[in-house]
Ligand binder design. Structure first.
Ligand SMILES: [Zn+2]
Length: 387
């Protein structure tokens, strides 16, 4: 295994150059020119590794696309690598604070989330090629352009690919404690609307049916559907009612951010919120609730745990210990898991600061270990070799 680690260390200058190049291209989810540029660089890199490239244009014919690259091997199992090309940062961010490094970290917009993961996937394929190692049936890399806006144009592609691969390895940033992600919550929005009856709040307050007052009762009751033991949260974050001080409001609405590790919990919240809505505290009001589901849960499961156990053994070859945790935020791992695949997430370079902010950074000393981990995981899983 020494040879693999050496390769991972030797590749570092090249890795850094490509990382810098990609970070310095603005590629916010809505900035098609930058996303196109990143897609072409990524596609050309994979083509040089002998992979078969497909560009998947998305809705608007402005160049924005997802990219898949496929390598065929001689092993028994197929593996999908997932990393996204888009960032949360607007045009001009790369010029304002371009890629830079110090002794410990690399900085720049998207350096950790998720361009570090993109480059890690690319150099993993490069190292496998250099080693003449193709002990997998297929490796497909999927680089999408819209993860940060919940993957509207890559969702179907990811789910379809996930179904056709034995394992899905996601390259979201490694967790700060050198960890991987074993589960991610599913996300839903709960909309609560109350219809009441307007009335003059001075002369006839009792003739009105106060939608705002009923909504405040409903918010209290529905909030209590959260279940800490199951990590299910119901957090009201937005509310609107009334527009004049002297009128009893006849309409009110509120939104809650709902998150759950288990899909059944989302079903329960929907059912029980509807039951609560059916009984009004303020006579004459009518409440309706609607649960809009976003990314489904990537729930804890045995397949993922087995992957983590393998990854821990590989990491131990380097004298490192890999930690595992869950996350409240969704990602493309949720889609792959919902499609039935065995998924492991957060295999990218280890993050150093909070992502989606100007303090985003990635640990430089995690590059070689994380490259090693991915190369070894692919070779071990691809041929189902014992670790
Ligand atoms: Zn990400």
């Amino acid at each position: 295994m020494q040879g693999i680690l050496e390769q991972c260390e030797q590749i570092r200058p090249e890795f850094m150059r490509l990382w810098e190049k990609l970070v310095n291209i603005d590629s916010g989810s809505d900035y098609s020119p930058g996303l196109r540029q990143v897609a072409e660089i990524v596609g050309e890199f994979c083509a040089r590794q002998g992979m078969e490239i497909t560009y998947h244009p998305v809705a608007a014919a402005d160049g924005k696309c997802n990219v898949t690259a496929r390598a065929a091997g001689t092993g028994t199992k197929s593996i999908l690598l997932l990393a996204h090309m888009d960032t949360v940062f607007p045009v001009g961010t790369a010029a304002a604070r371009p890629f830079r490094t110090d002794a410990e970290y690399a900085y720049g917009p998207g350096v950790s989330d998720c361009k570090g993961g993109v480059v890690l996937a690319l150099y993993t394929m490069h190292i496998l090629k250099k080693m003449n190692n193709s002990s997998y049936r297929h490796v497909t890399c999927c680089f999408n352009c819209d993860e940060e806006i919940s993957s509207p144009d890559s969702r179907d592609l990811i789910m379809e690919l996930a179904k056709r691969h034995d394992y899905v390895l996601c390259l979201e940033p490694g967790q700060a404690n050198d960890g991987v992600i074993a589960w991610r919550k599913g996300v839903a929005k709960l909309k609560v609307t109350v219809a009441g009856k307007a009335s003059h709040s001075g002369s006839d307050p009792d003739k009105g049916c106060n939608a705002l007052l009923e909504l405040s009762h409903q918010i209290n009751r529905i909030s209590m559907l959260a279940n800490r033991d199951k990590e299910t949260t119901v957090t009201f974050t937005k509310m609107a009612a009334g527009d004049r001080l002297n009128v009893v409001p006849d309409y009110a609405e509120a939104w809650a951010d709902v998150r759950a590790v288990y899909a059944e919990e989302l079903d329960r919240i929907e059912r029980e919120a509807q039951a609560l809505a059916a009984s009004a505290t303020v006579a004459g009001t009518r409440t309706a609730v609607e649960l809009r589901r976003g990314r489904p849960p990537f729930f804890p499961n045995e397949g993922t745990q087995q992957l983590i156990d393998k990854a821990k053994k590989i990491y131990a070859e380097l004298g490192r210990s890999l930690s595992q945790s869950g996350a409240g935020g969704g990602a493309d791992a949720n889609l792959a898991a919902a499609a039935g695949a065995i998924v492991l997430d957060s295999l990218g370079p280890v993050k150093g600061g909070p992502n989606h902010t100007a303090d985003e950074k990635a640990r430089l000393d995690s590059l070689a270990p994380r490259l090693y981990l991915l190369v070894r995981l692919i070779t071990a899983l691809g041929g189902e070799a014992a670790i």
